[in-house]
Ligand binder design. Structure first.
Ligand code: URA
Length: 424
């Protein structure tokens, strides 16, 4: 059946329900180029303003999956399980988590993206490792999963192409922040990837897509429901993103911190979240290993080395460092009461760690190293964090971003609770 793009748009504009056939048609026609960008942008805005019902979201997700191929992963003799984070500042958790879960006996097919805006992308972080290659074809993904048990690589071009086109359009038309569109975008890629179970880390707070607990909970519920409707067992943790995760924000800085965690050290919050997500993934995979013990044993670090080497990287090579490093100091004595995730994310991005447009390059060594945690006492003049960049002219912009994001006060303060809720 053929529809008119204008009828589909006006149906949603007027608060109506899109039929299965209309959804199938509009996404297929958009992928082919028969529905124009301006028409899809208008429909995306109508969806953002008027929402979609559960049935529409489920069908939209299926139509995005059907726009490409589903990755046929071979039976590797281990349960397949993956995780997805909705993105945050300093969120390097995939780096220690994926090898940890593989070391516990599961297989982890982690098809990932690059960062845009203030949240970093897993591929950008790993590309700071000399020689490491993000693009693998379907055969290479399958072979590495069978051999190492874990692969972190770029999504293949045939996976949900409708989403790739639509996400780029949403990015420049103010239509990213729609729960149905975010949920269907994420879930279509994960379902098409062929994982057997999925754990979502849905971030809450200033550095997250969704700033409020209500909106984050709705996003998590929507994604868990899509997983259920498509036969993909899905769980979600809601976790804090009002302060950055760990002590580093920026590509090579975050790789170095992840390696510390894999070697049994690293910041407590990164370890806590890595282990919490691993427990959920292992429960979905039906495995009863203890991820905290496996992390401490060094077994996850061995898997990391094999995973990096399998993609051409040298796990023992020195990581790139920025040409210029300078501190931001406390202006008064007291307690660090606020270290705002969004402010730190924007600072790192301005220093060169992130990109403004998807074709921009990122600086491997750029970013922010936090020297003090929320709740710690500081003296006037004490360095609170370091700014790392190859372009010193970027420092003023980073300092401006941080100006109201770092607060030293007289009152005692505590880091907000990291694990907020779980949907199982
Ligand atoms: N990440 C995605 O993959 N899609 C969205 O819409 C938002 C974040």
């Amino acid at each position: 059946m053929t529809f008119s793009a204008v009828d589909v748009i006006t149906t949603k504009r007027d608060g109506g329900h899109l039929s299965d056939e209309a959804i199938d048609w509009v996404l297929a026609a958009y992928t082919r180029g028969d529905v124009a960008d301006e028409q899809m942008a208008s429909l995306a805005m109508a969806i953002l303003l008027n929402g979609m019902e559960a049935q529409e979201i489920s069908r939209w997700t299926q139509a995005m999956i059907d726009s490409g191929e589903v990755l046929a992963l071979p039976d590797v003799g281990r349960p397949l399980v993956d995780k997805h984070s909705t993105g945050g500042v300093g969120d390097k958790i995939t780096l220690p988590l994926a090898p940890l879960v593989a070391a516990c006996g599961a297989a982890v097919p982690q098809l990932s993206g690059r960062g845009l805006g203030h949240t970093g992308g897993t591929l950008d972080k790993l590309e700071s490792i000399p020689g490491w290659r993000a693009s693998l074809n379907a055969e290479e993904i399958a072979a590495q999963l069978a051999d190492v048990g874990v692969v972190i690589c770029a999504t293949t071009p045939t996976l949900a192409p409708a989403d790739r086109k639509l996400y780029a359009l949403r990015d420049v038309t103010g239509t990213v922040e729609s729960i149905p569109l975010i949920a269907s975008s994420i879930m279509s890629k994960k379902i098409a990837e062929g994982t057997g179970g999925l754990v979502l880390d849905v971030k809450v707070g200033s550095g997250a897509f969704m700033k409020s607990l209500d909106r984050s909970t709705e996003l998590a519920r929507t994604m868990v429901a899509i997983g259920g409707a498509h036969g993909l067992p899905t769980r979600a943790l809601l976790t804090d993103m009002s302060v950055p995760l760990g002590r580093t924000v920026g590509n090579a800085l975050e790789v170095a911190e992840s390696v510390e965690v894999l070697r049994g050290g690293g910041p407590a919050d990164v370890v806590e979240l890595t282990v919490a997500l691993a427990r959920e993934m292992l429960a979905l995979a039906g495995l009863d290993a203890d991820p905290a013990a496996v992390l401490a044993s060094g077994a996850a670090y061995e898997v990391w080395e094999r995973m990096i080497a399998a993609q051409g990287g040298d796990p023992s090579a020195p990581l790139p460092v920025a040409a210029h490093v300078e501190p931001v100091v406390a202006e008064r004595s007291g307690v660090l009461s606020t270290c705002d995730a969004l402010a730190v994310g924007i600072a790192a991005w301005r220093l060169g760690a992130g990109r403004a447009r998807k074709e921009d390059a990122v600086q491997a060594g750029a970013g922010v190293r936090l020297l003090v945690e929320v709740g710690e006492e500081v003296e006037a003049g004490q360095p609170l964090l370091e700014l790392h960049t190859d372009t010193p002219a970027a420092v003023a912009g980073a300092r401006a971003a941080l100006s109201s994001g770092l607060v030293v006060s007289e009152e005692p303060a505590e880091r907000p609770r990291l694990l907020i809720d779980a949907l199982r």
